[in-house]
Design a protein around this ligand. Structure first.
Ligand code: FMN
Length: 130
């Protein structure tokens, strides 16, 4: 899981795909944080992406860096604990102008039943489950 977090942080941007009824949706994301042994991402409850995750938490993310790409497919579980949100905001001070652990908007999700696959054109894919 540490390798997945490192790749996503170094890539800087990953793309989060959700399902909206029968329509795929994708957008750039950047937040990633390991807390309590789990891999978290962050969003705001006011966003369409949040509503899609709550309706169907099966998502996939994809990032590309240095000729290698990573996909993480899994189920996102909301963690409403203040300390989980604060840990994320501590990792991203730039978010603290927009979000706080005590507002009604900030939300963090961790990956459950995740399969991460590192791929490239030159090597066999490597799979990590967490
Ligand atoms: C580089 C980059 C990183 C971003 N990271 C996040 C993020 O971690 N969480 C988030 O909620 N929005 C993030 N955004 C903003 C979302 O992409 C944007 O709000 C998007 O419209 C949300 O999807 P939706 O319109 O389907 O709700 C980021 C945008 C960019 C350009």
């Amino acid at each position: 899981m540490e390798k997945v977090e490192k790749f996503l942080k170094e890539a800087g941007t990953y793309y989060l795909a959700t399902i909206d009824g029968d329509q795929a949706r994708v957008r750039p994301f950047g937040t990633v944080n390991i807390f309590d042994g789990k891999l978290y991402i962050q969003t705001g409850k006011s966003k369409a992406v949040s509503k899609q995750i709550h309706a169907n938490p099966k998502v996939e993310i994809c990032a590309f860096k240095d000729g290698e790409w990573l996909r993480v497919a899994g189920i996102l579980v909301e963690d409403d604990r203040r300390e989980a949100k604060q840990s994320m905001l501590d990792a991203y001070p730039s978010l603290q102008g927009m979000y706080s652990a005590d507002d009604d908007n900030t939300e963090v999700f961790y990956f459950k039943d995740a399969t991460a696959t590192f791929s490239s054109f030159t090597k066999a894919p490597e799979e990590v489950k967490f």
